[in-house]
Ligand binder design. Structure first.
Ligand code: SF4
Ligand code: SF4
Length: 446
């Protein structure tokens, strides 16, 4: 049953006028912007984008192709904002400017297709069901076990790019809505996001094992949807608002201690962008937490260190997603969990904090630049000598795997939660012997 909920309001470009005025054009962001490092043009860097957005707002320039192209050249990584002495929220300004452009120019063909899929979960489910069955017609396997490549050219996807396969069964369909934990423990909700639900369900399985290992009861609302970041990235405010309202409705039905995200980008969508939509959204966003720091707070490191030592696994290098780097505690958590895993040695890697080059729609419109940024990451990984590349975001996994494939490296990119899930499962405890095991626990509807 649909309940009345507060209508979300997105800020306009004009709302950001005071923050844009705080840009003193010092140019410090030039040293930190990955796109500027590749392109070397002023319009690629934060300062140039703020100047363009201000000119667009003042009517000094029109919403033409050149401006649209310049504003599309942003990974929304937020690196510039983190280093800006005046805390100019450049990524939020770029998103607002893209919405302003879309209001004048209409949505792109890609944007319209994206909206159609994101707004209709059943259509997404049908695609997720149909694509694996058509896989042999649409894709060919890359010469390793890692992924697929398109057989035919499409306007936005390079045939060179390796893509992950859709899962045969989505994560949410594979689980009951409520999974019981220890009797006195609180209830947390699992925000699955699209990629974990449809492409990387094993990450969700790892999360379930870890959350139940620390005793939480877990709710996986069936009616949750996309966090809205892909729509925001495409300049589609209407779709982002609709998705936010749906998630507010889905999660407000439950009495929750935390709403847990497993994806750095979803975390950004459900916190930094969600909280600006109105008081009810801000209140919900206060309960959103990235799973890694929650597991650290709940003492999972001790459990992991106490697991029986398996045969030594290949060393792991860590790529830290940009969207986890806004908070030092949050940024440290995936590495702490990885370090606590018995039998897996963390291998230092240069540029572990550098953007992988995905950036939402950026890698679709600017694949050559995205690929060059990925190549830098793959080369740093090769030099580290690690046996696998671990991260904390499914989007990064997709980009990193493509980068490893393009570099001819046979190793696999994976999520730290996959390793946690494997370790807890292999040890047969506490996840297997404990009544909180997601595969054996009593399951009941709320
Ligand atoms: S965005 Fe920040 S770092 Fe960049 S020029 Fe403006 S004030 Fe300086
Ligand atoms: S958000 Fe990232 S890509 Fe965009 S201007 Fe800032 S540093 Fe550059």
């Amino acid at each position: 049953m649909k309940t009345d909920i507060e209508k979300p309001r997105l800020k306009t470009l004009s709302d950001y006028r005071p923050q844009m005025a705080q840009c003193v054009k010092c140019g410090l962001c030039r040293a930190h912007c990955p796109v500027f490092a590749e392109r070397g043009r002023e319009t690629a860097v934060a300062r140039g984008k703020i100047t363009l957005a201000q000119a667009l707002l003042d009517g000094d320039i029109g919403p033409d192709d050149k401006v649209a192209k310049s504003l599309s050249q942003c990974l929304l990584c937020g690196t510039c904002a983190r280093h800006c002495p005046n805390q100019v929220p450049v990524d939020s300004v770029v998103l607002a400017a893209r919405r302003e452009l879309a209001a004048h120019r209409g949505r792109s063909l890609f944007g319209r297709g994206l909206a159609a899929v994101l707004r209709r979960p059943r259509l997404m489910q049908m695609l997720a069901f149909g694509v694996p069955r058509l896989a042999s017609l649409l894709f060919r396997r890359v010469p390793r076990q890692s992924g697929l490549r398109l057989r035919f050219s499409t306007p936005l996807l390079s045939r060179q790019r390796s893509l992950p396969a859709f899962a045969r069964k989505s994560f949410r369909r594979s689980h009951a809505e409520f999974i019981a934990g220890a009797p006195t423990r609180p209830v947390v909700a699992l925000f699955t996001g699209c990629m974990i639900n449809y492409i990387y369900p094993k990450v969700g399985e790892g999360a379930l094992r870890a959350l139940t290992a620390v005793g939480f009861h877990v709710v996986i609302p069936k009616d949750q949807g996309c966090c809205g970041l892909p729509a925001l990235s495409a300049g589609d405010g209407d779709t982002a608002r609709e998705l936010a309202a749906n998630n507010l409705r889905a999660f407000s039905r439950h009495d929750l201690a935390h709403i847990v995200t497993l994806c750095a980008s979803c975390h950004s969508g459900m916190t930094r962008y969600f909280r600006d939509l109105g008081p009810a959204y801000e209140k919900l966003s206060e309960r959103v937490t990235d799973i890694h720091s929650l597991l650290v707070d709940e003492g999972l490191e001790t459990t992991l260190r106490d697991l029986p030592r398996p045969a030594t696994a290949p060393g792991a290098a860590l790529h830290l997603p940009c969207h986890l780097q806004h908070d030092a505690r949050q940024a440290a958590a995936p590495g702490r969990l990885l370090d606590a895993l018995a039998g897996i040695e963390r291998v230092p890697m240069d540029k572990s904090e550098a953007c992988c080059g995905l950036g939402g729609t950026f890698s679709l419109y600017h694949y050559p630049t995205s690929r060059r940024l990925g190549a830098i990451k793959a080369e740093a990984f090769r030099r580290s000598g690690a046996g696998r590349l671990v991260t904390a975001c499914p989007g990064c996994i997709m980009q990193l795997q493509d980068s490893l494939d393009q570099a001819g490296l046979p190793q696999r990119a994976c999520h730290v939660l996959e390793l946690l899930g494997e370790a807890l499962e292999e040890a047969h405890q506490p996840a297997r012997t404990n009544s909180s095991d997601p595969t054996r626990a009593e399951k009941r509807e709320l």
